[in-house]
Design a protein around this ligand. Structure first.
Ligand code: SF4
Length: 150
């Protein structure tokens, strides 16, 4: 496993946020993580509106059957190396929606090597903490091909 994917990203990491079917509770906490109080931007991160420019995919909510194909397409459009973070219990495992007729489960049903931040919703401090650990190279990300972007 490429444990140092973030280090291989030779620029400030850009983040694409995708709600795969959640209640918006986790979305609010992701937004809060980017506001001055928690300020993940101090780590050089910024949100981008295009997966083609993203180094990190942040997913909130359970993966519904309706969006599963879109989630895979977004992931495939991201350049290597890339990291996927599931924010909230729903994104990690399906959460309270697990077993629903229209829910596949967590993000790991579609994408391998997902970093999970559990909670309903997780505190922005927890989101910051996981990202900081990534910076400190303590947890792994998705397999990259070893290439770097300049
Ligand atoms: S984990 Fe909780 S807050 Fe987040 S999408 Fe699921 S139900 Fe909503």
């Amino acid at each position: 496993m490429a444990r140092d994917n973030l280090r291989m990203i030779r620029k400030s990491p850009w983040v694409f946020h995708f709600n795969s079917g959640g209640c918006n509770g986790c979305d609010i906490e992701v937004v809060a993580a980017f506001t001055p109080k928690y300020d993940v931007e101090r780590l050089g991160m910024t949100l981008t509106s295009s997966p083609k420019h993203a180094d990190i995919l942040v997913v909130t909510g359970p993966v519904t059957r309706q969006v599963a194909g879109s989630l895979k397409m977004i992931y495939d459009q991201m350049p290597e190396p890339k990291i996927v973070i599931a924010i909230g219990t729903c994104a990690c495992s399906g959460g309270i929606f697990r077993g629903g007729y229209n829910v596949i489960g967590g993000v790991d049903k579609i994408i391998k090597n997902v970093i999970c931040v559990p909670g309903c919703p997780p505190n922005p401090r927890a989101i910051y903490s996981v990202i900081k650990k990534l910076y400190d190279n303590k947890i792994g990300g998705d397999e990259g091909n070893g290439s770097s972007r300049s």
